[in-house]
Design a protein around this ligand. Structure first.
Ligand code: SAM
Length: 221
């Protein structure tokens, strides 16, 4: 049975594919070998858990493609090898579990109540020491700031100033920045009161919805 053998061979296959796509960092590859992605998707999607694709997790949201998560994690570990990380967009909880396996102290925020609850119960059941909360992640987590890194896992239309202000000096904000159809992975590093930018490949994320993101389509105008 898949849960009994932990799908280790499928995970090895996924990691080989990540290497083929250019992921080289051994810490990142090790985390992908360890975290059981099939435990973060529902029964109907389990057989596809180790394909390199985004999968539906309900509420119109997705668990990101493994390559996309690995790409962000390489940007992170190269620039911020340890410390306190805030993730915006908990979704299934998979990326938070990867961050935890990489050794970071992890805080994560989700705006959809059903997803927040499911991820929180997964963290508890699996003994993953991640702190999660429900809310608009574009406002950050001021009581826990500053963060050594902030990872945004949804598409931001512009630089979220509140998150930039919650970075420690030298800290990095990693986020897909652009329009609804396509975003450029961007790293913003805080240097005192200045911010330096690096830009990378293009991706397509679900929208970041909130006060410093896209407008909530369900909200009355
Ligand atoms: N990291 C997730 C995982 O491992 O499953 C995948 C994230 S999914 C691509 C993006 C998530 O961001 C969705 O669950 C969505 O509800 C959430 N989201 C969008 N806007 C948000 C906001 N302002 N604050 C918190 N979460 C937000």
């Amino acid at each position: 049975m898949e849960q009994e053998n932990g799908m280790a061979s499928e995970r090895r296959e996924m990691v080989s594919q990540l290497m083929h796509y250019g992921i080289v960092n051994s810490r990142v590859l090790g985390a992908f070998l360890t975290v059981e992605r099939h435990r973060f998707v529902d029964g109907g999607s389990r057989m596809f858990a180790y394909s390199d694709s985004a999968l539906p997790i309900g509420y119109g949201q997705t668990i990101s493609q493994p390559y996309t998560v690995a790409y962000m994690m390489e940007l992170l570990v190269d620039r911020c090898p340890a410390g306190k990380v805030l993730e915006i967009g908990t979704g299934s909880g998979y990326q938070a579990a990867i961050l935890n396996t990489l050794g970071y102290r992890v805080f994560t925020i989700e705006r959809v109540a059903g997803l927040y609850e499911l991820a929180a119960s997964r963290f508890k059941k699996m003994g993953i020491p991640v702190q999660s909360r429900l809310g608009d992640g574009t406002l950050g987590w001021p009581e826990e700031a500053p963060f050594d890194a902030i990872i945004v896992t949804a598409a931001a239309p512009s630089e979220p100033r509140t998150l930039m202000e919650q970075l420690a000096d030298g800290g990095v904000l990693i986020l897909p920045l652009g329009d609804i159809a396509s975003q450029q992975m961007t790293v913003i590093r805080r240097k005192g009161e200045r911010f330096e930018h690096e830009r990378f490949d293009h991706f397509a994320f679900v929208p970041l919805i909130g006060r410093e993101g896209w407008r909530d389509p369900d909200e009355a105008s």
